[in-house]
Ligand binder design. Structure first.
Ligand code: ZN
Length: 157
């Protein structure tokens, strides 16, 4: 359906003058099915968002998304945070278990090396990560902010 433009509709022009609105505004339609809500975003920023595995999407690049944001995943007894659909994440998805998700670098958690391998992040692959020292260095020096330069989290378009 095409909606007629109202830019030239006289009563609206008058109304705009009365309101002192010089410019035509624009607004974006919010779709809570596809876009994260304010409260979801707040929980994601705190890294305390609890999410059922069925609501997660695995993107073509193998990173994980919920609606229009990428995110990391964790769960209660897990020391690493995950950025892709590695074996650990897949196993948990098959169990239909919940995840904890977030957007910012979590404290006291290290990044999952298998996820980085899967994404070949920083040139890491299975062969290179057999060199334990190298893999450990990458893990230790990993910064989520750097990762997000390559894989922007929010908003996904
Ligand atoms: Zn992982």
């Amino acid at each position: 359906m095409k909606i007629k433009g109202f830019e030239d509709f006289e009563p609206f022009i008058q109304l705009r003058k009365i309101m002192g609105a010089e410019k035509l505004g624009s607004f974006e339609l919010f779709d809570p099915q596809r876009q994260i809500t304010y409260s979801e975003r707040e929980l994601l920023e705190q890294g305390t968002f609890n999410i059922e595995s069925s609501r997660l999407k695995i993107l073509k690049d193998k990173t994980i998304a919920f609606k229009n944001t990428r995110l990391w995943l964790n769960w209660s007894d897990e020391e690493c945070f995950h950025l892709a659909a590695c074996e650990h994440v897949q196993k948990r998805r098959h169990l239909k278990a919940n995840f904890i998700a977030g957007l910012n670098q979590p404290n006291n958690k290290t990044v999952c090396l298998e996820c980085l391998q899967l994404l070949k992040f920083d040139g890491l692959d299975a062969r290179r990560s057999r060199r334990l020292d190298l893999a450990e260095t990458i893990q230790k020096e990993f910064k989520l902010a750097d990762f997000q330069k390559e894989y922007p989290f929010y908003p996904l378009v």
